[in-house]
Ligand binder design. Structure first.
Ligand SMILES: [Zn+2]
Ligand SMILES: [Zn+2]
Length: 201
């Protein structure tokens, strides 16, 4: 554990775990703000067709029903190439690309509760389903999240995984099944990961 700042009685305690500083003291808004402003990470952004730019951004903080992943490998597919070329009609710029991802699970909300019940463990290599549904539209309420009218694809409609850490809905996590990150990233295009993770390599 390392104390990164003290201001009288107020302090932000962080636990350096897998390189990721986790806030232990959530009650101090000032410290939390300081933490968010202080802990920066590198982000690779496609600023316009044909152009990438490294910038810094505040590291994600663990939030309700979400998971923090330290990115290890990123698969590049045709969608990314078209986005880079400017021939992908669903893209707006600037956009952080990256939707075929593998990384180390740093933490997830509800580690002992329902959202984390599938035996996910801190430190395990995971991938994710990059399709995020809203949970409240008529399709979601009818248990058809793939038909969500507000569906957002990570790295397409919203900023994706070309950053050091990402925050994603905990429901999107998928066990790596023992695959190394470099294999898992390019196998994470769905639904193949299920088949491959269970198959002998
Ligand atoms: Zn893809
Ligand atoms: Zn929905």
């Amino acid at each position: 554990m390392e104390i990164i700042r003290t201001t009288g009685e107020r302090f932000a305690s962080v636990l350096l775990e897998g390189g990721f500083p986790l806030i232990l003291n959530y009650n101090d808004l000032e410290s939390t703000t300081f933490f968010v402003e202080t802990c920066q990470m590198k982000v690779l952004t496609c600023t316009s067709p044909g152009s990438f730019e490294y910038t810094e951004q505040a590291m994600p903080v663990l939030s309700k029903s979400h998971a923090i992943i330290k990115i290890k490998r990123i698969g590049i597919c045709g969608t990314d190439l078209h986005a880079f070329e400017g021939t992908q009609p669903y893209f707006n710029y600037p956009r952080v690309l990256g939707h075929e991802l593998a990384g180390e699970l740093i933490d997830a909300d509800g580690a002992t509760g329902a959202t984390f019940a599938d035996d996910f463990k801190k430190g395990e290599v995971v991938t994710l389903i990059p399709y995020f549904n809203c949970g409240s539209c008529i399709a979601c309420r009818s248990d058809k999240p793939n038909c969500c009218v507000n569906l957002e694809v990570f790295g397409v409609h919203i900023d994706g995984g070309m950053k050091e850490y990402i925050s994603v809905p905990a429901y999107s996590l998928v066990h790596g099944g023992g695959l190394p990150a470099e294999t898992l990233a390019w196998q994470s295009r769905w639904p193949s990961v299920h088949m491959v993770s269970g198959a002998p390599m």
